[in-house]
Design a binder for this molecule. Structure first.
Ligand code: NAD
Length: 458
């Protein structure tokens, strides 16, 4: 089937689904998906090992459990989210009954990236189904084993008139984007996000854009360097740095720089051993193109005077780049300009927090901003003074897992939000229904009199 035919087939069921796809049926589909994921755990691990050399535990923690948690949380709260909500009438609307009724958008498109290829394809599917939609998933062609497995999982566990997986690259994606989907949920780079939004403009599809960018870390004065180093190393080197909310670079008070980089070295050794290439806890880069991009960024920074604190070893054939920490990276190095998206961490010494905030302000709005401090006033000051998709205080990554918080970007890092009730809302149209019971609206109608002028007074 062509992408157009796939769309047409699913969209044909929109009207019937509006009344027929009951909450009980949605829950049953989600339960089936959960069971299928559990049953195929070893296949999932094998696919992610082939695509990204992902360690099995990391697969469980960052690919499977987030989807299962989303299913559990969604199933538990679905009734409340989906329930029509009565609202109070405003003064001029006395005598009416207002209700907000969430309805499915219809048939939606989910385009996923390669870095968490399972979680980011199926996590949003959970919200799409919960909200009563049919969905086409386009997994990333750069994670081919996981892409094929997603297709198999859908074929085995999900109704064919509800979910279709269309595999392929840019060409297929472009063809899908030309179809009049009711919503497009895109996770990927800001550059392709622009392509998606332009395509959506043609059909006036609504969009959720989960994008990326450079997520900074700020160590406040007096931060616990040991704890910060541990959190930063975990956030940065999980999945070999190929995480949208990975710390991109770290700002540290000048006086703390040496101790912090020392602590980072120690944490890296603790997590991945003295030779990370033999560690079973460290992933690989997705492909040759990404390897040479990252190696190029690293070499350029070193050539421009950066200091290598640890790491730097690279093996092209194995798509391996060691957990690497740099200091003294000049601002004009590409490493400081583009999203790094790999295991290279620049640590930047600062003298005044104002310059750090000004630098962050001058860049694109980040997806995440991390702050390490116990100083409540500083937490408030930085939360208020900066804009980012989300903020992590004394933590990295974990806000992704908190389903009572919206997850998403702002500006260049994204549009809209996912997870929990925000995911449900992304795939729903909140339809207002106004029912007239005994409202007095005659003064609004011609012929206009003094009375109607008084009524219409602001
Ligand atoms: P990408 O934008 O290159 O690709 C994402 C998807 O879009 C893939 O399925 C791909 O096939 C498709 N695509 C690529 N080019 C296209 C085009 N011209 N037209 C239509 N479709 C196209 O992103 P990626 O390299 O897979 O992922 C890395 C990026 O994703 C990083 O910027 C990262 O920060 C971001 N990301 C964001 C989140 C988030 O939740 N905000 C999560 C993961 C990754």
């Amino acid at each position: 089937m062509t992408p157009a035919e796939v769309y047409t087939q699913l969209a044909a069921g929109d009207a019937a689904r509006r009344t027929g796809f009951t909450l009980a049926k949605r829950r049953a589909v989600l339960a089936k998906l959960a069971a299928e994921l559990r049953a195929r755990e070893s296949e999932i691990m094998a696919a992610l090992a082939a695509d990204l050399g992902k360690p099995p535990v990391e697969v469980r923690i960052s690919e499977i459990i987030p989807i299962l948690s989303e299913i559990r949380h969604t199933t538990k709260h679905l009734k409340r989210w989906a329930k029509p909500r009565r609202v109070w009438p405003t003064l001029s609307m006395l005598g009416t009954r207002g209700t907000i009724r969430p309805e499915p958008k219809g048939t939606v498109l989910i385009i996923a990236p390669w870095n968490y290829p399972l979680c980011l394809a199926l996590g949003s599917l959970v919200s799409a189904i919960a909200a009563g939609n049919a969905a086409v998933i386009k997994p990333s062609e750069l994670a081919p084993a996981t892409s094929a497995l997603i297709a198999q999982i859908a074929a085995a566990a999900l109704p064919a008139d509800l979910v279709a997986v269309v595999e392929g690259g840019v060409e297929v994606s472009t063809e899908l984007l030309a179809q009049p989907f009711d919503h497009i949920f895109f996770t990927g780079s800001p550059a392709v996000g622009r392509v998606v939004m332009a395509a959506a403009a043609k059909t006036l599809a609504s969009v959720t854009l989960e994008l990326g960018g450079k997520s900074p870390v700020i160590l406040g004065p007096g931060a616990n360097l040991q704890k910060a180093a541990r959190m930063v190393a975990w956030g940065k080197f999980q999945n070999a740095g190929q995480t949208c909310i990975a710390p991109d670079h770290v700002y540290v008070p000048r006086a703390d720089q040496a101790a912090f980089t020392q602590a980072l070295r120690a944490e890296i050794a603790k997590m991945y051993g003295a030779t990370p290439e033999t560690s079973r806890s460290f992933a690989r880069l997705i492909g040759a193109r990404h390897f040479s991009r990252l190696k190029g960024l690293l070499d350029e920074a070193l050539a421009k005077g950066a200091t290598l604190i640890t790491g730097g070893e690279a093996e092209e054939a194995a798509r391996y780049l060691a957990p690497t920490v740099l200091t003294d990276v000049p601002g004009e190095a590409a490493l400081m300009r583009e999203e790094i998206f790999g295991p290279v961490l620049p640590v930047i010494a600062y003298d005044a927090l104002e310059t750090v905030l000004a630098e962050i302000e001058a860049g694109e709005k980040p997806l995440a901003l991390y702050l390490f401090t116990k100083d409540r006033a500083l937490i408030n000051r930085i939360s208020a003074a900066t804009t980012s998709g989300g903020v992590g205080v004394n933590v990295t990554l974990a806000h992704f897992l908190h389903l009572n918080l919206p997850f998403g970007g702002v500006g260049n890092s994204g549009l809209g939000a996912a997870h929990g009730r925000w995911g449900f809302a992304a795939f729903s149209h909140e339809k207002p229904i106004l029912e007239n019971r005994f409202a007095v609206l005659d003064p609004l109608m011609p012929p206009y009199t003094k009375m109607s002028a008084r009524f219409a007074k602001a």
